[in-house]
Design a protein around this ligand. Structure first.
Ligand code: F6P
Length: 342
């Protein structure tokens, strides 16, 4: 069988590890042929593909990003999108599509396979770890490691100057990176999108830390919002998802903390550094296992399914189960780790 592979949405470390595992097992064990579609769903829409054979995936395991390129193109929003995809697959004699992506890419795969009979198998990726139906997505562990190292480094400069350091990490709707890196890095305040925060309480906590001769670190997810803060933080423009853009909660927090406490504050926005570079060992392990299981699902014709991590097992679930709702931080967990609440 000829099998197509695509990577969609924001890139993350581990994408190449999945591609490599899919191709190697698919060729060596099942004798399938592989075609890589360029730039997410844009590839099959425009019929742009490259040959994916064993030499093409050699040496890519530790490389960040994706050798196939990525985009946030949604074929269901394009004119004649479904027909164009089906035409490409027919023309290139493709019998299955491995779709590696997050909520948006997999949401398309769920609909294409459920409603239009396009044979898709899904592989979950995102640094945000906010996909339901899987305990972890690859990319998350690497992002948490990068953010934790940054927090470790910021402690020493914060202490030297007795300043507040605000660290803004990624996470528009889910605070997983903030929670895990904040806890691992010993942050004093962790603010997540799931729970609106009270700026007075944040400042009270910061002041009490200074009384204990301690320079506080505040970790804030980019989607965290102060109570009644919509007007302050939404600048009216749209981001690449079509959502109203938030205008820098980290910058806003540092200014408010300075104004209210009289303590000097600085902001570090980690941004895309969290998505770049080589995957951690855990992400290579998870991405490789996902790839090996995804090609099994393709070989068995088990379409409309996604591979997922449950405990230490890789299982298959309906793709739609992963995309029906976001996996956000449970208030019980937020409370349990003893972080500051607004
Ligand atoms: O979904 C992954 C992610 O990195 C989010 O954490 C972040 O909000 C978003 O993508 C950034 O998107 P872009 O790279 O399009 O600016």
């Amino acid at each position: 069988m000829r099998v197509g592979v695509l990577t969609g949405g924001g890139d993350c470390p581990g994408l190449n590890a999945v591609i490599r595992a899919v191709v190697r097992k698919g060729v060596q064990e099942y004798g399938h042929e592989f075609v890589g579609f360029r730039d997410g769903w844009r590839g099959p829409l425009e019929g742009r593909s490259v040959r994916l054979d064993i030499p093409a995936v050699r040496g890519i395991l530790p490389r960040g990003g994706t050798i196939l390129g990525s985009s946030r193109t949604n074929p269901l929003k394009e004119e004649d999108g479904v027909r164009r995809i089906k035409d490409t697959l027919a023309r290139q004699e493709i019998g299955a599509l491995v779709t590696i992506g997050g909520e948006d890419t997999l949401g398309v795969a769920a609909r294409l396979s459920g409603e239009y009979g396009v044979p898709c198998v899904g592989v979950p990726k995102t640094i945000d770890n906010d996909l339901s139906a899987t305990d972890y997505t690859f990319g998350f562990d690497t992002a948490v490691g990068i953010a934790t190292e940054a927090i470790d480094r910021l402690h020493t400069t914060a202490e030297s100057h007795m300043r507040v350091l605000v660290v803004e990490v990624m996470g528009r709707h889910a605070g997983w990176i903030a929670l895990h890196s904040g806890l691992a890095g010993g942050a004093n305040v962790i603010l997540i999108p799931e729970q609106r925060f009270d700026i007075d309480r944040v400042c009270g906590w910061v002041t009490s830390r200074f009384r204990a001769s301690y320079a506080p670190i505040v970790v804030v997810a980019e989607g965290a919002m102060p109570k009644d803060g919509d007007l302050v933080l939404k600048d009216g423009s749209l981001d690449s998802f079509g959502h109203v853009r938030l205008s820098g909660v980290g910058e806003w927090l540092a200014k408010e903390i300075e104004r209210r406490t009289g303590k000097e504050a600085r902001t570090t926005v980690l941004g895309h550094v969290q998505r770049g570079g080589t995957p951690s060992a855990f992400d290579r392990w998870l991405a490789t296992r996902f790839g090996l299981h995804a090609v099994d699902a393709v070989h068995e014709g088990d379409f409309g399914t996604m591979v997922a991590l449950r405990g230490t097992d890789i299982v298959r679930v309906p793709i739609a189960e992963a995309t029906a709702r976001l996996k956000t931080v449970d208030p019980g967990l937020y409370a349990e780790v003893g972080v500051f609440f607004g």
